[in-house]
Structures are given as C-alpha cells and as structure tokens.
Ligand binder design. Structure first.
Ligand code: SAH
Ligand code: SF4
Length: 366
C-alpha cells in the first residue's frame, strides 16, 4: 500500500509566544518590526482576522496571505460561543466555548467595575477524579493547547469591551482541568498572556490552582514562576483527603505539605489553600483545628468554598453558621480565611457543571 503524505494540521497562531513569532517571521524574511505589529494586532487589538488590517505593511500582508489559513502553516480560529449565561445579579457570566474538535470548555468572568476576574479552563475534563467535582466526574478528555487557554482571555476581554466595561484585572486557573497536569502548555499560555505589549495581565494577578501535583509545585518554585499558588486540600488527614481527592494516593498529603514548605522556602510567597466545605464531612471545628496544625509554619490564606452540589455526588453545602465556626477556629490558629461568596454563583457553580448540564440536555433530546 502506498502511503500518501498528509499535510500537517496548521498550528494556531496564538500558540506562539512573541519571541517565537518573531523568529518565524524573520526566518521567512519579514523584518521583526512587522512581527511586533502582528503580535499587537493579535493580542492587544484582539483581531479575529488578519486580512484587512490598515497597519499591516506589504511584507506582512504577503506573509499573512501566504501562511495563515485553514490549509496553510498557521491558522487563526477562535472557539465559538456555544452558550453564555449571566447570574441573576449580573456580576458573573459563564461562557461555554466550543473548540475546533467539538470539545466544550467553560470560562467564567466575574466582578464589577474595574475589578474583573476570569476563571480559565486548562483541560477538557480532568484525570484527577475529585468526587464532588463535575469536571472530575466526566473524566479526562485531553489537554488544552496554549492557544485554547489564551483564547479564553481573548473571549473574556472581547465580552467586557463589548459591554463597555474595563478589562480583566485578575486570572485564576480554577476552571476545568488540572493546570499542573498540563504544565508546559499552561506556562506557554501564561507567557503569552502576561506579555507587556499584548494582553498584558500582571503575573502577580494570576493564581494557579492545583489538586496537589507535587512535581509541578516543585517545578514552579525551581523555575521561579511569578504566579500565586493555590492548593486544594479538602482534608487534613490522609484518610479524609483521599476519600474526596483520589490523587492524594499518588501524591500523599505529607509529601504535598513538604512540597508546599519547599515552595514557600524558595519563593517566600504565601500559599492559598482551598477547602470545599461539605456538610458533615469536612466541616467540623475539630477538622478546622487539624487544618490549622497542618499549615503550621506556612504563610497561608484559606479559601473556604461551600460545596456546589453536582449530579454525581450526594453531599450538600455547609451552612453559613458552621462555615463561620470553621473560619473562627482557623483564625485562632493564626490563619486568615475567606468564605467564597455565593453571590452571583447561581450560574458559576463549580466549573464543569454547565458542560455537564448541556450534555444531559442533548442526551434527553435524542
Ligand atoms: N484542578 C484544580 C483547579 C480547578 S478546580 C484544583 O483542583 O485545584 C478549582 C477549585 O474548585 C478546587 O479547589 C476544587 O476543589 C473546587 N471545586 C470543584 N468542584 C467543586 C464543587 N462542586 N463545589 C465546590 N468547589 C468545587
Ligand atoms: Fe480536576 Fe480540580 Fe475537579 Fe479535582 S477539583 S477533578 S483536580 S478540576
């Protein structure tokens, strides 16, 4: 049988960090200044297409005509908005974005006036299987490529511009997926997102949330990445934690805390710890006390998140009084904490819930 060579799929232009884009154009004989014009068109002006841009001079126009398109070396295609819903108070908007292969991911924009935060997805599905999480319940589908992470920021910025609002100030990688399981793509995306002449989000305004992928935490510290780290704990003993977070069997709590201490020693940066509050399961004062002991010696801030119920898990959210009592014990142990407000969260839920809901609806129609 003859093997017919098939053309490689075009590489999405927003996969390329600025230096790489410059190298590509210079290698093709286009001066670096034109690469910078192209970069600004993409990431500063948020151009959705490149055919009719007044600021492009002939060498750049020719390069775009020759190299960018569905059957070319590079492509420029943004995820389609499959759904968008707003919370009843209008402060939270959730977008369901359809990727080129049909996968859907969620991006959330929350906040008001000049203080908008976007919550980004880093994978379609997730391999970590946390029992209360809608994304964990769907299993792992695939990693997102850098362009698919960057495109979520584009989408959020476009939506804010269209509504006449100020742009994003903060980013949290707390959407679908485990960012440190997709380390390289996430770091490339963040290099692009923080570039001063493009999207220009401040590294100190970005938080990476992890279920506790120990090698990833150590790598963040070794590479001195300038982002904040949030670690999802949910349990302060190995037994209680592994019942909710199966990944704890792979990276046990003791190892995870050692990694957090090493991270703190190397970076001097305070760590955020996340704790999903589930009634009767991990919300007693005794459990709060154990958490305080576990964090001893660390500069830490605890985010308490009352559970958003999901289809695949029977638990319910801790009520406000019990959440406040939990918080008080932590306070006495010397740790500040925030109970994540549910205001506006009627749409945000836990990430993965909109996609799960849509999948149920389309199954019901069949
Ligand atoms: N995979 C990363 C980031 C995405 S999840 C991580 O696990 O940290 C972001 C946060 O939302 C985590 O702390 C996670 O435990 C929490 N979360 C997920 N589903 C939730 C739900 N249904 N209710 C409350 N918090 C949830
Ligand atoms: Fe994955 Fe985070 Fe959900 Fe756990 S909580 S399944 S790590 S997305």
């Amino acid at each position: 049988m003859m093997l017919v060579p098939t053309a490689a799929a075009p590489r999405p232009l927003p996969d390329l960090p600025r230096e790489e884009l410059e190298r590509v154009l210079v290698a093709d004989g286009v001066p670096a200044t034109h690469a910078r014009t192209l970069w600004r068109a993409l990431h500063h002006h948020l151009a959705a297409e490149l055919a009719e841009r007044d600021e492009f001079l002939p060498p750049l126009r020719r390069w775009v005509a020759e190299h960018v398109g569905a059957d070319r070396r590079f492509s420029l295609e943004f995820p389609a908005e499959a759904d968008a819903i707003a919370s009843s108070d209008g402060l939270t908007r959730k977008f369901l974005l359809r990727l080129a292969d049909g996968q859907t991911i969620e991006t959330v924009v929350m906040g008001f006036k000049g203080r908008h935060t976007a919550c980004l997805s880093t994978q379609a599905g997730c391999a970590m299987g946390c029992v209360f999480c809608a994304t964990g319940q769907m299993g792992f589908v695939r990693h997102l490529r850098p362009a698919e992470i960057v495109a979520q920021v584009h989408h959020a910025q476009r939506a804010l511009r269209a509504a006449g609002q100020d742009g994003l100030r903060n980013l949290v990688l707390m959407g679908m997926g485990e960012p440190l399981h997709n380390y390289d793509h996430v770091m490339t995306a963040l290099d692009i997102i923080t570039d001063r002449s493009g999207l220009n989000l401040g590294p100190s305004k970005i938080t990476i949330s992890t279920v506790g992928v120990v090698p990833g935490i150590l790598r963040l510290a070794a590479e001195q990445r300038p982002y904040h780290l949030a670690v999802s704990l949910h349990g302060a003993t190995e037994e209680e934690r592994s019942a909710l977070v199966p990944a704890s069997r792979r990276w046990p709590l003791a190892e995870l805390m050692d990694a957090c201490r090493a991270y703190f020693a190397q970076t001097g940066r305070r760590i955020f710890f996340e704790w999903t509050l589930i009634a009767g399961q991990n919300d007693s004062p005794a459990q709060a006390e154990r958490l305080g002991k576990l964090l001893h010696g660390l500069a830490a801030h605890v985010n308490l998140i009352p559970l958003n119920p999901t289809g695949g898990f029977a638990g319910t959210a801790t009520q406000t009084d019990a959440a406040k009592a939990f918080q008080q014990v932590l306070q006495q142990a010397g740790f500040p904490s925030t109970i994540r407000q549910r205001r506006g969260m009627d749409v945000a839920g836990g990430c993965g819930q909109l996609r799960a809901e849509k999948a149920r609806e389309s199954a019901a129609r069949k």
